[in-house]
Design a protein around this ligand. Structure first.
Ligand SMILES: [Zn+2]
Length: 496
């Protein structure tokens, strides 16, 4: 264990990091990869199982066409070449959460190869090469009970749930990414962020890292300038975007300290620890030969019809990057303002609000202002606080003179706390702007009577003094009067 510490600046000045990412995406197909079992999350343990996904003798797998289609679409969106012929392979290893004692995966004949994904770092494009996109099946889930950490160490019993076993899983492997220097952690994070956007835009997975439907392994190595690439470590199951960045940074620091001491980096699997922000060694890394891969004898080869692939290619949605560029231009936003929209996770919300008839400025004001503030304070998802149509309705009420800005904020509070649509909140709380001159007349007369000195000044031509009386009316009507109408009424009585 190294005791030396290095600063990040020193480490990246003396060593060049090379990163690589392997991302697993659980597909949102209705049924599993090789059987008809449902895939819904959160069912009673071991209720979504059958002889095929339990690996019982004599059962035979049949490949899920929807999963193959989703994988090809991911490959196409990542600019890959789609294989005209490929096969599934058996990856043999024993693990209690894998009932067949092998995983059906793809080995030397993946479905999609040789693509790329561009990511933007500080206004500069970094192209990340995609080595392969292949299709495999997920394992079950092991639950270790009795220990403090949920890990096997210290556990008194272990339970296994096979509901997840056999759910289609797409693995997306990058080529090694050299040359990013001190920005390597940022590049890793930006890549996973963009990949998540791409997969989400295709509608093939809900890509929720916190629920495990998107999981990331991060490879990191260091070399001195001019020397060959170093030995890489693989940090497993990094479960948030922030952790992707921290895991790379932490490995750079650890490896630099070790290399400074003349130590040797061991090729191994490491685990990222969310609490400490560092990585700890796991098992030593298996090599491909340990898995005794061979072509899966129970499945026919996969030969996607080129016409089908062409149809899928033609039907791809606009890429997330093209969409962002288009909306930024349409809304007239600076790079900085656009970044704020993206950071708030408000792009689609604003887009839908604008589509409902609101101006981009107003839509942005509500989502990035009041609603983002509540989201931050309550750690809620922005999209759960209000719907775009509610925000559009609220803004229309202001534009129609039925709400002041101040009243609208109160109405929005009601919407956020689940009291219904803006119109419903207004009705229930009695919040409409009072612009009915009959109703306001009495309040105006009272305010003039209560401020005889001010009234006299206005009568003498000091029109600016009328503000005091307008203010008194606004106060008496709890801010629900339309200030413009009140002012007109006051002046009509005193100067007309
Ligand atoms: Zn099954």
């Amino acid at each position: 264990m190294s005791t030396m510490t290095v600063s990040y600046e020193d480490a990246t000045a003396r060593y060049e990091p090379v990163i690589g990412l392997e991302t697993h995406v659980e597909l949102g197909t209705r049924t599993k990869m090789f059987c008809g079992c449902p895939t819904e999350f959160g069912a009673e343990p071991n209720t979504h199982v059958c002889p095929v996904c339990l690996g019982l003798p004599g059962s035979l797998p049949v490949a899920n066409r929807a999963a193959i289609e989703a994988t090809i679409r991911i490959g196409l969106a990542l600019n890959c070449t789609i294989a005209s012929w490929c096969r599934f392979a058996r990856k043999n290893y024993f693990y209690p959460d894998m009932p067949k004692n092998f995983q059906i995966s793809q080995y030397d004949e993946p479905l999609c190869v040789d693509g790329w994904l561009d990511v933007l770092i500080d206004g500069q494009t970094v192209r990340v090469g995609i080595e392969r996109v292949h299709l495999e099946e997920d394992t079950g889930k092991t639950l270790h009970l009795g220990g403090a950490t949920g890990r096997i160490h210290g556990a008194t019993e272990s339970l296994v749930d096979y509901n997840r076993a056999g759910i289609p899983l797409v693995e997306i492997v990058t080529k090694p990414v050299p040359g990013t220097g001190a920005r390597a952690p940022q590049v890793a994070r930006a890549y996973v962020t963009e990949l998540r956007e791409v997969v989400r835009s295709l509608g093939v997975s809900d890509v929720r890292m916190e629920q495990g439907s998107m999981r990331c392994d991060v490879n990191t190595s260091l070399n001195r300038p001019g020397e060959p690439w170093g030995t890489r470590t693989e940090t497993k199951n990094v479960n948030s975007l922030r952790s992707v960045e921290r895991a790379v940074r932490s490995e750079i620091l650890r490896q630099a300290a070790l290399l400074d001491e003349g130590g040797r980096i061991v090729q191994e699997t490491r685990h990222f620890h969310e609490d400490t922000g560092d990585t700890r060694p796991g098992r030593s890394k298996e090599t491909a030969t340990d898995y005794r891969y061979f072509p899966e004898p129970d499945l026919v080869p996969l030969a996607p019809d080129p016409a089908w692939v062409a149809t899928l290619r033609a039907a791809l949605p606009e890429s997330p990057r093209a969409r962002r560029d288009r909306l930024q231009a349409a809304w007239g936003l600076s790079d900085h303002d656009m970044q704020s929209v993206l950071n708030a996770g408000a792009l689609a919300l604003i887009e839908t609000t604008v589509a409902a008839g609101t101006t981009p400025e107003a839509a942005r004001k509500w989502w990035l202002g009041e609603l983002s503030r509540v989201a931050n304070e309550t750690a809620a998802d922005l999209g759960t606080l209000a719907t775009p149509s509610q925000v559009a309705e609220l803004q229309k009420l202001i534009d129609d003179g039925k709400l002041t800005d101040k009243l609208a904020r109160t109405v929005l509070e009601g919407v956020v706390s689940g009291e219904g649509s803006p119109a419903e909140v207004m009705a229930a709380r009695g919040l409409e702007v009072v612009s009915d001159t009959g109703a306001l007349g009495a309040a105006v007369d009272e305010a003039i009577a209560a401020n005889p000195d001010v009234a006299a000044k206005v009568r003498d031509g000091k029109v600016a003094a009328a503000g005091v009386i307008v203010g008194a009316v606004m106060k008496a009507t709890r801010g629900q009067a339309d200030a413009k109408t009140v002012r007109e009424l006051v002046l009509a009585r005193l100067t007309g």
